[in-house]
Design a protein around this ligand. Structure first.
Ligand SMILES: Nc1nc2c(ncn2[C@@H]2O[C@H](COP(=O)(O)OP(=O)(O)OP(=O)(O)O)[C@@H](O)[C@H]2O)c(=O)[nH]1
Ligand SMILES: [Mg+2]
Length: 369
């Protein structure tokens, strides 16, 4: 449809259209990547809680039925039922979400004599197009990559506009996943130090996928690296193994943040990541994972975050973090039956995500973070 011309305005009495509006922002595609059980789905599930309760004043909402249901279901599980989400078994349709916020910006007033820039609140919307794959799909071992497209279940069309919904994408699940990651603006790579101590396999889950992405993505144009921004997220900071090491090595900043939750400052997150890796890889003193990251991703486009999806336990009376009672996970008694997977642990208190929204906001273009 064309804009009405001045003559049309005179004829119809409708006001003339204002100056041409900028096109709606393109969805920011964000890829999620990491070994099984490293915390990918829980991270996604905690995003909405972080948006509503983390002091950011942003709204995270779904753009279609399936994406809304994901937010509603996972919030119920994590926040109300205090259960962990089940392991991801197959590649679901893309999640299309919108992040609405208001940012203080310097803008020039449209009218008035003094047209110098003033600081004003300006609303913004970032559309996120994400995919929550089962960790096994990133494995370099063919037998682990058993996941396929969903054979049944929800059908929907992705308003993120890439046609990559679970039912109509065509091709197999792995191709769909790799195409998505290669086309992303930003990637979240999740590194779980607790898994690494047991399995030593983060590099194995990194190395094949980075080659697959490279096959399709080309280079950044400003250097010879991949074009993506990369947020390396060290997960499960609330776990005693991770938290106590951070305290012991002096990485934890005084708890000045919301509810007095401890944090590792972003400026020291890379150093902490190196420490954690060194602690579990006596056989790999060169840190193959860090070398791999540096070899493929530009340094200025890579950041490290120390994150926890569930956060630390808060004393209900004080409503604050208490260093002598911080564990937010309780092991369930199995009654002799042997609980497995996500039912083995319950979340003890409120979910208070740490550094979950921040990497997403950074990848989405540094708006309002
Ligand atoms: N302590 C702690 N444990 C967590 C956290 N997030 C996840 N977990 C634990 O890790 C398990 C796996 O988390 P998921 O989010 O399902 O991991 P995933 O990467 O999606 O796993 P796949 O779907 O199998 O690839 C959960 O059942 C929890 O036991 C966290 O923030 N802190
Ligand atoms: Mg999962």
């Amino acid at each position: 449809m064309t804009e009405p011309s001045p003559t049309e305005e005179a004829r119809t009495g409708e006001p003339a259209a204002g100056p041409p509006q900028p096109p709606p922002p393109q969805p920011r595609r964000i890829g999620l990547w990491g070994a099984p059980t490293c915390g990918k789905t829980t991270f996604l599930a905690a995003l909405r809680i972080a948006a509503e309760e983390g002091g950011h004043d942003v709204r995270l909402v779904g753009c279609n039925r399936a994406s809304t249901e994901f937010l509603a279901d996972t919030t119920r599980q994590l926040k109300i039922e205090r259960r962990f989400v089940p392991a991801t078994r197959e590649l679901p349709p893309n999640l299309a979400w919108q992040l609405h916020g208001t940012q203080i910006k310097k803008v020039r007033p449209e009218t008035g004599r003094l047209r110098f820039k003033r600081r004003r609140p300006v609303p913004y919307t970032v559309t996120l197009d994400m995919m929550d794959a089962p960790g096994g799909m990133f494995s370099s071992r063919p037998e682990d990559r058993a996941a396929r497209e969903p054979s049944s279940g929800l059908r929907f069309s992705s308003s993120a506009g890439d046609g990559e919904s679970g039912d109509g994408g065509g091709g197999d699940a792995e191709e769909r996943l790799v195409r998505h990651l290669a086309g992303c603006d930003g990637l979240l790579f999740l590194f779980d130090p607790t898994r690494e101590r047991e399995m030593n396999d983060a590099y194995a889950f990194f190395q094949r996928t980075v080659l697959q992405i490279s096959e399709l993505a080309g280079t950044s144009g400003v250097d010879h690296k991949l074009p993506h921004h990369l947020a390396v997220c060290i997960t499960k900071f609330d776990h005693p193994e991770v938290y106590e090491r951070a305290v012991r090595l002096g990485y934890v900043t005084p708890p000045a943040s919301i509810f007095g939750m401890p944090r590792v400052d972003e400026t020291r997150a890379l150093e902490f990541f190196e420490d954690l890796y060194r602690g579990t890889h006596a056989h790999d003193p060169v840190n193959s994972l860090l070398r791999g990251i540096r070899s493929h991703f530009g340094e200025a486009r890579t950041r490290y975050f120390v994150t926890s999806a569930i956060g630390f336990y808060r004393d209900p009376v004080e409503n604050r973090f208490q260093p002598e009672d911080y564990l937010n996970i309780a092991e369930q008694s199995d009654g002799g039956d042997g609980l497995a997977g996500e039912d083995r642990f319950r979340i003890r208190g409120d979910v208070a995500p740490i550094n979950v929204l921040e990497p997403v906001m950074w990848l989405a273009g540094n708006v309002g973070a």
